[in-house]
Design a protein. Structure first.
Length: 80
């Protein structure tokens, strides 16, 4: 429960900071701000995953050809 307690404290602090500007909507704005921060922190991981998927897609025809050519010999397929 410690994680949720600290998350709640952070949300409350951000809402307190935003309250003079946004009034009653400060809590909703704090949730949006924290969500954006988390998404920005995870963005590099999502980019690298997309880059890896593009590389796998580009190599798929070559891998299929190698499997067709060396399908019965796993050692040879591994070397190729």
């Amino acid at each position: 429960m410690s994680f949720f307690r600290s998350l709640g404290a952070l949300l409350s602090h951000v809402a307190d900071v935003l309250e003079p500007v946004l009034g009653a909507s400060a809590t909703a704005a704090a949730i949006v701000v924290l969500t954006l921060c988390v998404r920005l922190a995870l963005h590099p991981l999502a980019r690298s995953a997309a880059r890896g998927e593009r590389a796998r897609t580009a190599l798929a025809p070559q891998l299929a050809e190698l499997r067709r050519k060396h399908g019965k010999n796993p050692e040879r397929l591994q070397q190729a």
